[in-house]
Write a protein that binds this ligand. Structure first.
Ligand code: ADP
Ligand code: ADP
Ligand code: ZN
Length: 218
């Protein structure tokens, strides 16, 4: 049973690493951005509310975000542990998550911070393609799909996110440095933070993360 938070700027590789890591840990993958995008495509009230924030690259307000994620982790697939991706992104989200877990006798075991320099992030996001069906990320240069436009995992159609334009990306990075960086200290002060150099090949980053988690668990 492990609850792990994946931290990193937009484009750091959270979604990419989550795919292998959830399998290794045997936990559910809970990505707040994916939950918002699903709500948006289903045109639910939540989706319509989130839309205006996402388009501008701003954070969706804490209250709705917290409710959505805490609701999601009630599902039975989360009983064996969760890999949180893109949540928490603010101190109040981190604290709300801790409170909920504490109420169930659980805790966040580790927070993994994938560090990548800003210029690399912009390049990654401008070449990112995502599967419409299973959300697997690809990159037109660094990790292209085997068949152009099609997902290797499920055959789904690949698309580029409307918020992956340079202008919105710059705004999202600003938001990350001002609103999300403080939670790095929050986990560091709890002795839970593991830092990983994310500016390397996908496989090298994966093995570093596995090694770090193994050392910590041993
Ligand atoms: P995040 O979930 O943190 O926003 P993603 O996992 O979606 O990031 O990755 C952003 C983009 O960068 C995607 O196009 C992905 O294929 C690519 N990418 C991920 N990890 C690496 C890496 N280690 N090296 C080069 N490109 C990467
Ligand atoms: P990335 O990791 O590429 O930045 P995400 O898919 O995690 O993107 O998030 C996309 C957008 O969804 C964010 O820019 C924001 O508007 C919204 N969002 C996702 N997670 C959160 C969160 N925890 N708090 C507030 N807004 C969020
Ligand atoms: Zn797919």
């Amino acid at each position: 049973m492990m609850n792990v938070v994946l931290l990193g700027a937009p484009g750091a590789g959270k979604g990419t690493q989550a795919a292998t890591l959830t399998k290794q840990l045997g936990v559910a993958h809970v990505a707040s951005g994916d939950l918002f995008r699903r709500a948006l495509s289903e045109q639910t009230e939540l989706g319509l509310l989130a839309k205006s924030y996402m388009e501008k690259g701003e954070l969706v307000p804490d209250e709705v975000t917290i409710d959505m994620v805490l609701e999601r982790i009630r599902q039975p697939d989360c009983a064996a542990g969760v890999l949180f991706d893109g949540f928490p992104r603010t101190l109040s989200q981190a604290k709300a998550l801790d409170e909920r877990l504490a109420g169930e006798g659980k805790t966040i075991d580790k927070a993994i911070y994938i560090e990548v320099p800003e210029e690399a992030l912009v390049k990654r996001l401008s070449g990112r393609w995502i599967c419409r069906d299973c959300q697997t990320p690809y990159h037109e240069v660094s990790s292209p799909p085997k068949v152009p436009g099609r997902c290797d995992v499920c055959g789904g159609e690949l698309y580029q996110r409307a918020d992956d334009t340079e202008e919105t990306v710059r705004e999202r990075l600003k938001v990350f440095f001002s609103q999300t960086l403080p939670i790095i200290d929050y986990y560091e002060n709890q002795g839970k933070l593991l830092r990983v150099d994310g500016d390397r090949d996908i496989d090298e980053v994966s093995s570093s993360i596995s090694r770090l988690l193994q050392t910590e668990r041993a």
